[in-house]
Design a protein around this ligand. Structure first.
Ligand code: P53
Length: 479
């Protein structure tokens, strides 16, 4: 049997993408609350605070804040062993800089975790998933400011202490490495509250913010282990292997360089020190970074217990400019297609073998347990897709998961990768992070709501719901 006993089959979400209740229970405004709806090729706008008349999809999202009991019951029906969500930082510290936490926010997660544990579903918790307090951006300059380390660590410590008997698996920052795509306003803003391309020296700002986050993460890991030695605290990276378009050595080297950008953050999280390709880059770029001896010691002492990652697609690069489609090049795409792969409606290459490649590369590089905490396919689906049995037949989603789980098996069976769990993204339809759309659907459960925010919010299992239930029940044997 390839998957270990107690393998964490489940699903994943993030607070801001499903909870709604954006100003309830004492919650403060987060960076997700000032992002409008966008679309494929139409970036979400970041507004100056919450502006009347704008469409902010995360404000209501799918109203999980009020409906979580019914939703958790559906997850339990599927047989989930684990459920990954995040704690909204702004429910606990509404402005980020308070000294005392907001009890109503803490209570909400107590109730949610109790509800999960009632069904033996293990909560897998991200502390910061694209939803830092907006006040920390406007008042302190976001992660440009060293003070953010203390704000984050205080928040993390409060959560560790409060939930020490309810939550065992933690992650610090979601997809912390996305911001290495320095030209993307979205990636910088959601990771660090900074639009790097508008900075006087974007690379200086990126590496400084990254450093403070890595120190904050390492401090949190140390504190967490002191609070409960049984905690498993991981980091989380967005993993998108970069393939060279051709076997021309120039393409190969470019692909390798591109992978450095992906690995930089996890290298520090997992190994406890900066890789030489980064320190030489800082010198080459003449950066003047605030990094103290004490910081370096903390990085060394706060390495993670496991590495969690998302996997959706692979990307292609080439030095041959004539092969790059400029109209197709944006913050989510290199502008070069893989001729061997099909793409989703949002242009993401579907590459099941890439998940095996990912598992092997990360396992070899870090020799740590791995956890897949996001994977899946965004599809256009409406109730009109329903068949006569009244169900959405999402066969494309089933095929996507079948092919990916097959490859996971190979990594575990043939190559001995230590894999702890699999939590497909958006197990219930929710607001897309990249586009803000509701109609970029990932779920096993359909939620009746459209991009304009209209719909009953009713939930309905899709065909994949029953398929995944069978997969979990057979520990991945019956695909
Ligand atoms: P969406 C790309 C772009 C934006 C966020 O993405 C991303 C990625 C993939 O690396 O990251 C994760 O909703 C993220 C989730 C997000 C999911 O991918 O743009 O951790 O919050 O929803 C899927 O289709």
């Amino acid at each position: 049997m390839p998957f270990c006993e107690g393998f964490l089959w489940g699903g994943a979400v993030a607070a801001h993408q499903l909870e709604g209740g954006w100003n309830e229970g004492g919650k403060g405004v987060s960076i997700a609350d000032v992002m409008t709806v966008g679309g494929y090729g139409k970036p979400r706008r970041i507004t100056d605070g919450v502006v009347a008349g704008e469409n902010y999809p995360n404000h209501e999202a799918i109203d999980f804040y009020h409906r979580y009991k019914d939703d958790v019951k559906l997850f339990a029906d599927m047989g989930f062993k684990a459920f990954r969500t995040s704690i909204a930082w702004t429910r606990i510290f509404p402005n980020g800089d308070e000294t005392e936490p907001n009890e109503e926010g803490l209570k909400f997660y107590d109730d949610l975790f109790d509800e999960l544990l009632k069904y033996n579903i293990e909560p897998v918790i991200t502390l910061s998933h694209f939803e830092m307090p907006y006040n920390l951006v406007t008042k302190y300059g976001a992660w440009r400011n060293r003070k953010l380390i203390d704000f984050f660590v205080r928040y993390a410590e409060v959560c560790f202490k409060r939930y020490k008997d309810k939550v065992k698996y933690w992650m610090t920052f979601n997809e912390i490495n996305n911001q290495a795509s320095i030209d993307s306003p979205f990636m910088g803003f959601v990771n660090s509250g900074i639009i790097f391309k508008d900075e006087p020296n974007p690379w200086q700002s990126l590496f400084q913010a990254a450093h403070y986050e890595l120190v904050a993460s390492a401090k949190a890991v140390k504190i967490g282990h002191a609070v409960n030695p049984d905690f498993k605290i991981g980091c989380m990276i967005g993993y998108e292997p970069t393939y060279p378009l051709t076997c021309r050595p120039e393409d190969m080297v470019l692909a390798m360089k591109d992978m450095h950008k992906r690995h930089f953050f996890s290298d520090v999280h997992c190994r406890g020190h900066y890789p030489s390709y980064a320190t030489t880059e800082w010198e080459r770029r003449n950066l003047d970074l605030d990094i103290t001896e004490d910081d370096l010691k903390i990085l060394q002492e706060g390495t993670v217990d496991y590495l969690a990652f998302s996997y959706y697609k692979t990307n292609i690069v080439t030095t041959d400019k004539s092969k790059i489609d400029k109209d197709n090049k944006d913050e989510f795409s290199t502008g070069v297609d893989n001729p061997y792969l099909k793409k989703t409606d949002w242009g993401w290459a579907i590459d099941p073998k890439g998940i095996r490649y990912t598992l092997d590369i990360l396992s070899e590089r870090y020799e740590l347990p791995l956890m897949i905490v996001e994977n899946g396919i965004g599809l256009h689906e409406t109730r009109e897709n329903e068949q006569s049995d009244g169900m959405i037949h999402d066969d494309k989603r089933i095929a996507y998961f079948q092919a990916h789980i097959e490859q996971m098996k190979k990594a575990v069976e043939e190559d001995g990768v230590d894999l702890w769990g699999y939590m497909p993204w958006g197990c219930i339809d929710l607001v897309s992070a990249g586009t803000g759309e509701m109609e970029k659907r990932y779920g096993f459960i359909y939620v009746d709501k459209d991009n304009q925010g209209k719909g009953t919010l009713n939930r309905k299992p899709k065909k994949s719901f029953y398929w995944y239930k069978k997969v979990i029940a057979s520990n991945g044997e019956d695909l």
